[in-house]
Design a protein around this ligand. Structure first.
Ligand SMILES: Cc1cc2nc3c(=O)[nH]c(=O)nc-3n(C[C@H](O)[C@H](O)[C@H](O)COP(=O)(O)OP(=O)(O)OC[C@H]3O[C@@H](n4cnc5c(N)ncnc54)[C@H](O)[C@@H]3O)c2cc1C
Length: 376
């Protein structure tokens, strides 16, 4: 292989590009990213950057090495798998011998496109300036992102209502942890509204929710994401029903094509978390360089969220049923180390406001025996 092209400009793309070099690839590496910015992390966008506590530049990732060509403002619009060519929006054709697809996902929107969302740096800056003069916000969607945005709005002094089809975080975390998170949200003064029939956005400031209409200065849409695979529609690459790009256990999609990060559908689902994007970026590079001898990628189901005074770190599969073993701390104090055991010996370890090195949390999540349970 003489030239590997990486499409996407964020953590999965960057990790794949750097891993190609670390893996000994000495041909040309070209990264094409549609965004105008150098690579940045999305993680602080709903937290410190949105709150104005951290400058936008704190989200920037280290620039790629000089031996990696990084093109900004370069959107891929078409892929010719047989001809091994990516076509950019300006008509440029970029030939490749190997291709990494790392185009991530975009925010799902409820209206034609005018919704306020938090996916990109530009989104976060636009929303931050709206929040600066707002007194109230409705956040549509009570997932991790929605609850983080709600927390930030509240910290800025806004009245905040979160609306979702089901209680916030229930589908993601299961009832036990969701109850804990919702109680913390209520203690923070965040109103929670369950709208089983959904909501209709009826204007810039109004949302219909069952029989009632809710109003706020700002309405933020945090109702999930959509994989960026439109540009692959005619490529013949396998897409799942939700548009995710189907990859195997070594992140391979087709001969000479691998994929990494939020765009990937593996075993029927996507895993849109930071650690997964990093791990898959590494695995995709190995899948391309090592071919059939590449080791299968082992998912690392680790992620974290910060909301309503809860710093939650999770290692293991979700959602969780039943009560956990309390390994340390106390749930009443909202500071605890918890573990759920699953059939077959696997486990999920959760640290809530509990300081524990990530590696130890992962060992607990892998089912490694824990220290003796706390007595409290
Ligand atoms: C606000 C926010 C907060 C988050 N907080 C956490 C957290 O606390 N913990 C956690 O584990 N995860 C968190 N995540 C999730 C985490 O950020 C994502 O899993 C991660 O960004 C995925 O990286 P990626 O490179 O796969 O995709 P993305 O970050 O989506 O990047 C894809 C890149 O590809 C570019 N692209 C798309 N289409 C094209 C095209 N056709 N041509 C060229 N370029 C293209 C995009 O512009 C983008 O730059 C958060 C996400 C958001 C949005």
């Amino acid at each position: 292989m003489r030239r590997i092209v990486v499409v996407g400009g964020s953590i999965a793309a960057l990790t794949a590009a750097e891993s190609l070099r670390a893996g000994g690839f000495d041909g040309q590496v070209t990264v094409v990213s549609e965004e105008p910015h150098q690579p940045y992390s999305r993680v602080p966008l709903s937290k410190g950057v949105l709150a104005g506590r951290e400058p936008a530049k704190s989200a920037l990732l280290p620039a790629p090495g000089e031996d990696i060509e990084f093109r900004t403002g370069a959107r891929a619009v078409r892929l010719d798998v047989r001809g091994r060519t990516v076509t950019l929006a300006d008509g440029t054709e970029v030939p490749y011998d190997g291709l990494v697809v790392a185009t991530g996902a975009r925010a799902r929107r409820l209206t034609g496109g005018s919704d306020l969302v938090v996916r990109t740096l530009d989104d976060a800056e636009a929303l931050a300036s709206r929040l600066a003069t707002a007194r109230s916000a409705i956040v549509l969607g009570g997932g991790f992102l929605g609850m983080e945005v709600a927390t930030t709005c509240r910290a800025l002094g806004l009245e905040v209502t979160v609306v979702d089809l089901v209680p916030p975080l229930l589908r993601l975390l299961g009832p036990w942890l969701a109850d804990l998170a919702v109680a913390a949200a209520r203690d923070h003064g965040i109103r929670v509204r369950v709208a089983p029939d959904g909501v209709t956005v009826v204007g810039e400031h109004r949302v219909r929710c069952g029989e009632s209409v809710l109003e706020a200065d700002v309405i933020v849409c945090a109702v999930g994401d959509v994989p960026n695979t439109d540009w692959l529609r005619d490529s013949g690459l396998p897409l799942d029903a939700g548009g995710g790009l189907v990859a195997d256990a070594c992140c391979r999609v087709a001969p000479g094509v691998v994929a990494a990060g939020d765009v990937v559908s593996r075993e029927g689902r996507r895993t849109p978390h930071w650690t997964n994007a990093v791990e898959q970026g590494r695995a995709a590079a190995a899948g391309l360089l090592e071919g059939a001898s590449a080791r299968p990628y082992r998912p690392d189901p680790y992620f974290w969220t910060e909301q309503c005074g809860l710093d939650i770190k999770i290692s293991g599969e979700l959602p969780l049923t039943g009560p956990p073993d309390i390994l340390a701390g106390s749930v009443n104090d909202r500071s605890a180390l918890l573990r759920w055991r699953h059939d077959g010996g696997a486990a999920t370890a959760v640290a809530v406001n509990h300081r524990l090195p990530v590696i130890k949390l992962k060992r607990l999540g892998a089912g490694v025996p824990a220290p003796a349970p706390a007595r409290t």
